[in-house]
Design a protein around this ligand. Structure first.
Ligand SMILES: Nc1ncnc2c1ncn2[C@@H]1O[C@H](COP(=O)(O)OP(=O)(O)OP(=O)(O)O)[C@@H](O)[C@H]1O
Length: 526
């Protein structure tokens, strides 16, 4: 198995000229953590400029300052040569700086044009025309009259980009825009970004995917621990060189041996069908799955095909009625009607896709977040919390996962996205579960930390744990899985062994290739 590296296609050279944005010596600290130290960065009109670095390197902090979320403690920002002090995003937008966030802020039950009218002052009818016009100009096809709930993730992202473009920005900041897209949606986004650049717009592009940066960007600022360590032309550097600059050492590659699965499944689904409670959700149909101890089974597929619903039924966030409890079995026991707490008591650990809110409570400290799922690990005795054990457990997760933070008393919300994900994965792995269900285990995590997490999953499997990984990243699934199923429109494909699971078979399954023709009348292509 393996996935061919994306061929680097060399975009047009950057136009010469004076910088649109020029940052000099920018510094920003949060209490004792210096998130940005003496950062300098310049971007010209028409330039696609990557910002890369490990989790916690300071990328988001820098972008937030450019977008006016908070001011720097020191340093200077020049816009078209003039010094500026930004005090709010509204001011940044007025100046010509737009930002497309990872998380979409759209109302499902409103149309595209109605959603945009909430932030762009114009009539819905006129906006519909402007949306079509921008859509054509920048290859962003979307119907202004469509209800947002009927749109794919890629289309929703287009709506966010169009909303940003309607304000005619000269600089657009994109924070990990590809992380929400299925692989098939990425080329279209890149076409749009190249079109933007060709029309003179500057783009700041954050990504952990080095091959993407190499194929798209004209220049790259590499950050490490809050400082700029290099400014390079990523088209002339290999992914390995970029990774080396970023983390300052070689990236370890996960090592795996042949699996030695046990005889009795630790997790089973038997002809499980369940309609979705959510009017915009996906119903599950006839799911059959067996996970044995000592193996990793991957669930591939584009999110929005039942992943959320499957994860909820496995974790116990969604329960079946008592008569159907045997359709979900953990360690041979029917548990479909049990809540999450009871299932955890049986030895099931769970890493949800949503690390804020589900995976952790943002306002609580890391130690308190450790207690939430780890209380059975001797952290509570005779009804009283053993604070020292709670802290020690959190400290172990922080140390062993290399979580960048001020310590176990740091609030979860103060961590960078990738660092919080590392902490949550570390916590669940250290609960010594018998079954682990992990949704998007390395989402937003840098290359070095992703390798660490994948190795830990393999080691956990070698210790006899059954692991189910739900992931949109094929590379990840190829690296860790012993068998792979694909989830498509709420249906699960047959399992593919390592030898059969190729990019082309999985790609075919992702559009329903495993189903009889009558079940999938319209095969999707995107
Ligand atoms: N509001 C805050 N309070 C305290 N510390 C913060 C705050 N925001 C960021 N930090 C700290 O600043 C550092 C840089 O974080 P930042 O989010 O900029 O990193 P990043 O490079 O964007 O990481 P990731 O790739 O994980 O998103 C981290 O150590 C983080 O814990």
């Amino acid at each position: 198995m393996g996935m061919a590296a994306t061929a680097a296609c060399h975009p047009e050279p950057v136009e010469a000229g004076s910088p649109l944005l020029d940052l000099g010596g920018v510094t920003k600290a949060f209490q004792t953590v210096v998130a940005n130290r003496d950062v300098s960065l310049a971007i010209r009109p028409g330039e696609i400029h990557a910002v890369l670095g490990e989790n916690g390197a300071g990328k988001s902090t820098l972008m937030k300052m450019i977008y006016g979320v908070f001011p720097p403690d020191a340093g200077e920002m020049r816009w078209n040569g003039e010094p500026v002090v930004l005090t709010s995003p509204a001011q940044a937008r007025k100046l010509g700086i737009g930002m497309v966030f990872q998380h979409f802020s759209l109302f499902e039950s409103l149309t595209v044009a109605e959603n945009i009218s909430l932030t762009v002052p114009d009539s819905v009818a006129r906006l519909a025309g402007r949306i079509r016009e921008i859509g054509q100009r920048f290859s962003l096809p979307v119907n202004p009259d469509s209800l947002v709930h009927s749109l794919s993730v890629g289309e929703r992202q287009r709506v966010e980009i169009i909303r940003c473009l309607l304000q005619e920005p000269q600089l657009i900041i994109m924070d990990e825009p590809t992380s929400v897209l299925p692989p098939s949606g990425i080329p279209a986004l890149f076409d749009t970004i190249r079109e933007l650049a060709a029309q003179g717009c500057a783009v700041l592009f954050i990504s952990h995917k080095l091959e993407e940066i190499r194929s798209l960007c004209h220049s790259a600022t590499v950050m490490r621990a809050g400082e700029v360590v290099a400014t390079v032309d990523p088209r002339r550097a290999s992914a390995l060189e970029l990774a080396h600059l970023m983390i300052g050492r070689e990236i370890p590659h996960p090592k795996r041996t042949a699996p030695m699965p046990g005889r009795d499944p630790v997790l089973e689904l038997a002809q499980l069908s369940q309609p979705s409670d959510d009017p915009f959700g996906v119903g599950l149909h006839d799911l059959d799955l067996r996970l044995y101890p000592g193996e990793i089974v991957g669930i591939a597929g584009i999110s929005g095909n039942g992943q959320k619903e499957l994860a909820a039924l496995l974790s116990g966030e969604a329960v079946l009625d008592r008569r159907r409890r045997d359709l979900v079995r953990v360690l041979g026991q029917g548990c479909g009607d049990m809540d999450a707490k009871l299932r955890r008591g049986m030895g099931l650990a769970f890493v949800p896709e949503d690390r804020n809110g589900r995976g952790s409570v943002p306002e609580m400290t890391l130690a308190e977040n450790a207690l939430l799922t780890g209380h059975a690990q001797g952290m509570v005795r005779r009804g009283l919390i053993e604070r020292s054990r709670m802290r020690a457990f959190a400290e172990t997760c922080i140390r062993e996962m290399g979580v960048r933070c001020t310590g176990p008393e740091a609030e979860a919300r103060s961590l960078s996205g990738g660092n919080l994900q590392k902490f949550i994965m570390g916590r669940e792995i250290r609960l010594k579960p018998k079954v682990l269900v992990a949704a998007q285990p390395t989402w937003g995590v840098d290359v070095g930390a992703a390798a660490l997490i994948r190795q830990q999953l393999i080691d956990l499997r070698d210790s006899g744990v059954g692991i189910l990984v739900i992931s949109e990243e094929l590379d990840e699934l190829f690296e860790v899985s012993d068998r792979i199923h694909v989830l498509f429109r709420g249906r699960l494909s047959p399992a593919l062994g390592r030898a059969e699971a190729t990019v082309s078979t999985i790609g075919d399954y992702m559009t329903g290739g495993f189903l009889p023709r009558d079940v999938t009348k319209a095969r999707v292509t995107a």
